[in-house]
Design a protein around this ligand. Structure first.
Ligand SMILES: *[C@@H]1O[C@H](CO)[C@@H](O)[C@H](O)[C@H]1NC(C)=O
Ligand SMILES: *[C@@H]1O[C@H](CO)[C@@H](O)[C@H](O)[C@H]1NC(C)=O
Ligand SMILES: *[C@@H]1O[C@H](CO)[C@@H](O)[C@H](O)[C@H]1NC(C)=O
Ligand SMILES: *[C@@H]1O[C@H](CO)[C@@H](O)[C@H](O)[C@H]1NC(C)=O
Ligand SMILES: *[C@@H]1O[C@H](CO)[C@@H](O)[C@H](O)[C@H]1NC(C)=O
Length: 427
């Protein structure tokens, strides 16, 4: 974990805590907020098709468009493989996928991670507003799955307790994690929830094992879609929210370097202009909002006819939009390749911006530079590098999934009041 040694947590001062019966540490006077850095993995190698497959798996989306150019003139770059021990059951989740880019590599499908303390042990995890389970890699997993990583050891924690129940995540394909439940004191950036319930996998598929730099997930979606058996358990945010100054957390991601999450307060110095408040429909358990119009490079607004809502998902790297948007956005200068799995274009092309109307009061504009996701190969005819788009199709699914490509362009408030989302331009 040498990467994170220099990582510093900013704890808010005046965090005056007293134990309280609810299991949450309460402060006498409400003055609580806390920040946690979101760190870009130093070994992060963005891999567009892998990020797309991961999102499709997560939301059970079936790829439908296998059309597109044959790519005789396209030569994919070799993607570096991690040289970790691979467990016996070579999961089909990465191999059933076609694609010119190495299908087995899942390195780089998570860009940002944050430190979380469980029973006093610091574990590097992903924060995921697109799901609601918390689970952590731990010493109950086979040695081959955890070698070389810092995982949670329940037997080293005096506050750990087993919980009668199970958890099982399985995505659209054979990617999975399953095991029992436990509870322990969980602290994020200095805010403490006692008896937070989380999953302790005893088995995980290779797609999780290969991602060496994340040791679990903190789900920040709505508790209604928590998948634990015998029934949904509260997320960390639901547990801590009653104790915060305001029942919110904000995200301010950055394309390079350190971004942050802040819980409990809206720091008005972090954005410029208006903070626009949009109603959230949480009936599907997501931070879902109206996004019914778009425009390309500042031209006039067009109405999205099939999927007028989107979810804000910190756990997805790309921005997955209606097929109507990708067609309009990439028209003329990019090519769709079913075999690569997405839209590609010459890397030196200056991408247009994409704006999305959020509700009817705000237009979020994602600059073209954020939409140039990663190099993916070489054009054999011209010798030029070919890049993969950060905006890709949601394959006609009923959800548009606005991940990091979108979120990096904004300051976002996830607000339990309403519930609602606030959007502004970051400073
Ligand atoms: C490679 O470059 C040629 C000439 O500009 C172009 O027609 C072709 O579509 C390019 N192929 C890819 C995969 O980018
Ligand atoms: C955790 O427990 C293991 C044995 O189960 C021990 O080897 C290790 O040193 C302990 N780690 C800490 C940080 O106490
Ligand atoms: C655990 O749950 C199972 C089934 O839900 C039940 O049969 C068993 O009695 C429970 N055990 C304890 C110790 O609560
Ligand atoms: C987008 O707009 C800018 C200026 O408004 C222009 O220079 C650029 O060529 C446009 N890009 C495309 C792809 O139309
Ligand atoms: C956003 O709107 C909701 C009502 O829909 C309200 O409760 C909440 O306080 C508002 N948030 C902000 C930051 O003004």
């Amino acid at each position: 974990m040498h990467l994170f040694i220099s990582l510093v947590l900013f704890l808010s001062l005046g965090y005056d805590a007293l134990a309280a019966p609810a299991g949450v540490v309460r402060s006498q006077h409400k003055s609580k907020s806390f920040r946690v850095e979101r760190v870009r993995r130093s070994d992060y190698v963005p891999n567009g098709p892998v990020a797309l497959r991961k999102a499709y798996r997560k939301f059970g989306i079936a790829p439908t468009d296998f059309s597109g150019i044959d790519l005789d003139d396209f030569e994919p770059f070799d993607v570096k493989h991690t040289s970790m021990a691979v467990s016996s059951n070579k999961a089909a989740d990465e191999t059933e996928q076609t694609g010119s880019v190495s299908a087995t590599s899942v390195q780089g499908d998570v860009e940002f991670v944050s430190p979380v303390q469980i029973g006093g042990q610091t574990i590097i995890m992903d924060f995921d507003t697109g799901s609601s389970d918390m689970w952590v890699m731990n010493t109950e997993l086979p040695k081959s799955a955890i070698s070389g990583r810092t995982v949670y050891n329940p037997s080293n924690s005096s506050t750990f307790q087993e919980v009668n129940g199970t958890f099982k995540i399985s995505y659209g394909d054979s990617s999975y994690a399953n095991g029992g439940l436990g509870k322990d004191t969980v602290s994020i950036g200095g805010a403490v929830v006692k008896n937070q319930i989380f999953g302790l996998p005893t088995e995980v598929s290779d797609s999780f094992i290969s991602d060496e730099n994340s040791n679990g997930l903190v789900g920040l979606g709505f508790s209604s879609i928590n998948t634990f058996d015998p029934g949904p358990q509260k997320t960390f945010f639901d547990n801590i929210a009653p104790d915060l100054d305001e029942p919110v957390f904000t995200s301010r991601l950055k394309s390079e370097g350190v971004g942050e999450y802040e819980f409990g307060t809206i720091d008005h110095k972090k954005y410029s202009g208006q903070l626009v408040n949009v109603t959230v429909d949480n009936s599907n358990g997501f931070w879902e909002f109206e996004a019914a119009q778009f425009s390309v490079n500042g031209s006039s607004l067009q109405t999205i006819t099939d999927t007028p809502t989107a979810i804000a998902d910190t756990g997805t790297s790309l921005m997955l939009v209606s097929p109507q948007i990708v067609k309009a956005y990439y028209g003329g200068w990019a090519q769709y390749s079913g075999s690569v799995g997405g839209y590609i274009f010459p890397c030196d092309f200056e991408l247009p911006s994409l704006s999305v109307a959020i509700g009817n009061k705000f237009q979020a504009t994602i600059p073209g530079s954020l939409i140039n996701f990663a190099e993916i190969g070489k054009n054999k005819t011209t010798g030029g590098t070919v890049c993969y788009g950060g905006v890709q199709s949601n394959s006609g699914s009923s959800l548009q999934i606005f991940g990091d490509v979108f979120l990096k362009a904004l300051f976002v408030v996830f607000d339990q009041r309403g519930p609602s989302l606030g959007f502004a331009s970051p400073k």
